[in-house]
Structure formats: structure tokens, C-alpha cells
Design a protein around this ligand. Structure first.
Ligand SMILES: CC(C)(COP(=O)(O)OP(=O)(O)OC[C@H]1O[C@@H](n2cnc3c(N)ncnc32)[C@H](O)[C@@H]1OP(=O)(O)O)[C@@H](O)C(=O)NCCC(=O)NCCS
Length: 366
């Protein structure tokens, strides 16, 4: 498929990283982004339980339009999102992660003493220190190392990939992998082009040793830090600590060049899906279910159109939750699993993409 696809530039002769250009409206801002042909395989692992949690507070487009004077209908038209969930004031990311983890443990029928690793993908930690994973570990009473992985909206895929290495080597027998974010706390509520796209949530899975064919049949994890400015929080870190002036200027909020993120995402998702399918010698139709990061319904459609798979194979819950960053893939997986759509032996294709820039696309045999 790779050679025939107009969406996949010819592989570089060296097989090394090549670059693609994403054009901006302003020629001065035209930027070239990295791509790679390198993939990996990580089998012998399986997911034994899933769980997810979203706060009860539903925030509709209408509410945001009324509160902030947003153009009526714009959010739905440009993103497909109808509503999202916001954490209550007393809730932080670790609270959502804890609830999702409890549900995954319940589903798997395991107790805390069986879990020996806790990895959390998040870019909205409760605080800079300690890690959100340590807060969850303590609350669940785990005897386990715990650490966060920060890869923004690719966070769950990066966390899954990381924890799975421990399981595959035998250094973990049962790993808890969580993706969770409270995006409502990092966006500028008045920014129509960013805030309404995001919501809060968490999803969790438990990973243990599996059969030789189970797990990540093929995956590509990638990064291109040169695209960092497309999605960034300028102040609040060691480069530019928060001051009264930076807060007044709103520099602690997530700032996004939505148009260029859109174009990069469509290309990155299509290309990496094409690549992992080609390397696995699978046709798009052999995939049972596509669990893509839920960023924008138009991104999902544009990225998937070249593959010609029926829409019901591409999971979408954007209308209800918006973009929940690291939570979106495990939340989708939990919903799909509980709906009876995932059976042993099924091939799932997951693709996370977002700030960094980062991406991680993998085919997972259940
Ligand atoms: C913020 C946003 C809603 C604004 O919408 P908008 O102002 O209507 O802008 P559009 O989405 O139409 O424009 C995006 C760009 O992609 C282009 N585009 C549209 N459809 C496309 C497709 N199928 N393939 C490639 N590019 C496409 C548009 O032409 C536009 O480029 P241009 O500005 O050079 O003309 C939207 O850009 C967006 O959702 N961006 C991604 C945000 C996101 O998901 N961030 C988190 C990532 S994890």
C-alpha cells in the first residue's frame, strides 16, 4: 500500500529519517517536519483489564457560547464536538486516574498487591512534583515503582510502550498504565480556537505477559521537537517561571497554532498508519477497530479517508468528550471493550499524536 498511496512520500533511500513540509498561510512560517521509517515490535504482552472515568460535570457547546460569546455553531462545525466533561474544583488529574485504575482492576479481577509497576501518561500533572503516578500509587496502596511519561496527547501510547517493555522482559508481572488529563485547567476559557476543543478524563489498562503473537505487532513512536511551538505553554517552567506579568499575559495557558497542528496531524496519522500496515503486511480492512486520538472529527475523517474503511470501524466519542489528551485512547478502548467490540485475536490500530510534537501509532493484537 505504501508505494501506491499518494499520502505517503517515497521512503528515503537510506531508510533514515526524512522530512515533510507543512505549508502555512504565511510563507515565512512554512515549516518542515520530521518523519521516520523506523518501526518496532513488542509482542508477548496482553491487556487483561480496562477502565475509564470522566467527571460528571457536562459542559455543552451552548454553555460555552453563552458564557464566552463564542460564535454559535462554530465548535460543532469545526470539530464535531458537542460537549465535554470538566473536573469539579476538588478534582485533579490523579483523582481521575485513580478512578479509572480502580475500574480497570475491578474488570481484571486483580488486587493492588498484584500490581508491580505504575506508569501514568499525562501533561497536566497535579503539580510539578511529586509525579501524578506516585500520587496514584500511594492512593491505591501499590508496592510498585511509579513514574509519569510526558508525551501530551501521545502520552498513553508512550506509557503503554514503556510499561510493555518491563512486562516483556519479565521485570514486571502486572503493570498499571494510565492516561489522564485535566485540560480544563490549562486552557484559556475565553479562547474560542483552543478551549472548547478540550475536556477532562482518564483511562487505564493492566498489562501482563501474553501469547507470542499478542501485543504490539508493529509500532512507531516518533518525535519532532522543532514543532514544539505549535502547541506550547510558554511560562511556568524553568525557562520562564511564572510571574505576575506572565500570568497577566496568559502565558501559562496552552497556546495552539490550530491550523498547522491540523495539517501536521492529518499527514502524520495517515503516514504512520500506512507505514505500520505496510510493515505488518496487513490491509486496512484486516484491522478490527481503529482507536485514534480524539482531537477533531475532521482530522479523523481526513486521516482515515485514504484507507477506505467503514466509519463504524473508526471509534469516535469526540462528540461527548472532546479532546481528553492522554486519556482519549484508553477511554475509547474501554468503551469499545465494554460494548463487546474487542475479541481475543482482534487487531486494534491505535494512534496518538500531539504536542512535542510526538506521535505513536501501533497495531495491537488483543
Ligand atoms: C482549531 C481549529 C478548530 C480551527 O479550525 P479552522 O479555523 O476552521 O481551520 P481549519 O481546520 O479549516 O484549517 C486547518 C488547515 O488545514 C487545512 N485542511 C483542511 N482540511 C484538510 C485535509 N483534509 N487535509 C489536510 N489539510 C486540511 C485547511 O486548509 C487549513 O489550512 P490553511 O489555513 O493553510 O488553509 C482546527 O484548526 C483544529 O482543530 N486544529 C487542530 C487542533 C487540535 O486538534 N489540537 C490538538 C492536537 S492533539
Amino acid at each position: 500500500m505504501q508505494e501506491n498511496s499518494p499520502h505517503y512520500p517515497a521512503a528515503s533511500p537510506t531508510g533514515k529519517e526524512a522530512a515533510v513540509a507543512v505549508k502555512s498561510r504565511s510563507p515565512a512560517a512554512e515549516q518542515t517536519f520530521r518523519r521516520s521509517d523506523r518501526t518496532n515490535r513488542l509482542t508477548g504482552i496482553r491487556i487483561v483489564g480496562t477502565g475509564s472515568y470522566v467527571p460528571d460535570r457536562v459542559v455543552t457547546n451552548h454553555e460555552l457560547e453563552q458564557s464566552y460569546g463564542f460564535e454559535p455553531g462554530w465548535i460543532e462545525r469545526r470539530s464535531g464536538i458537542l460537549e465535554r466533561r470538566y473536573a469539579f474544583p476538588h478534582q485533579a488529574t490523579s483523582d481521575l486516574c485513580y478512578e479509572a485504575a480502580k475500574r480497570a482492576m475491578e474488570a481484571a479481577g486483580v488486587t493492588a498487591d498484584e500490581i508491580d509497576l505504575c506508569v501514568v501518561g499525562t501533561f497536566t500533572p497535579d503539580s510539578g512534583c511529586p509525579s501524578t503516578a506516585c500520587l496514584v500509587q500511594d492512593r491505591l496502596g501499590l508496592d510498585a515503582p511509579a513514574f509519569d511519561v510526558q508525551a501530551a496527547c501521545s502520552g498513553f501510547m508512550y506509557a503503554l510502550m514503556t510499561a510493555s517493555q518491563f512486562v516483556a522482559t519479565g521485570n514486571s508481572r502486572l503493570a498499571l498504565v494510565i492516561g489522564g488529563d485535566v485540560n480544563s485547567r490549562i486552557v484559556d476559557a475565553k479562547d474560542q480556537r483552543t478551549a472548547p476543543l478540550f475536556g477532562d478524563g482518564a483511562g487505564a489498562v493492566l498489562v501482563s505477559r501474553g501469547g507470542p503473537e499478542q501485543g504490539l505487532v508493529c509500532y512507531q513512536a516518533g518525535a519532532d521537537g522543532s514543532g514544539g511551538p505549535l502547541l506550547e505553554m510558554v511560562s511556568g517552567g524553568t525557562r520562564k517561571p511564572s510571574t505576575a506579568e506572565t500570568v497577566a499575559a496568559g502565558e501559562h495557558f496552552l497556546q495552539m497554532d490550530g491550523r498547522n497542528v491540523f495539517k501536521w496531524a492529518v499527514r502524520a496519522v495517515t503516514e504512520t498508519i500506512d507505514l505500520v500496515l505496510e510493515k505488518s503486511e496487513l490491509s486496512p480492512h484486516e484491522i478490527s477497530l481503529y482507536l485514534l486520538h480524539q482531537a477533531n472529527a475532521r482530522i479523523l475523517k481526513a486521516a482515515m479517508d485514504p484507507f477506505g474503511v467503514p466509519p463504524e470501524k473508526v471509534w469516535s466519542n469526540l462528540d461527548r468528550y472532546g479532546n481528553t489528551s492522554a486519556a482519549s485512547i484508553p477511554l475509547a478502548m474501554d468503551e469499545a471493550y465494554r460494548s463487546g467490540l474487542i475479541e481475543p485475536g482482534d487487531l486494534l490500530l491505535m494512534s496518538g499524536f500531539g504536542a512535542g510534537l510526538t506521535w505513536n501509532t501501533g497495531i495491537f493484537r488483543w
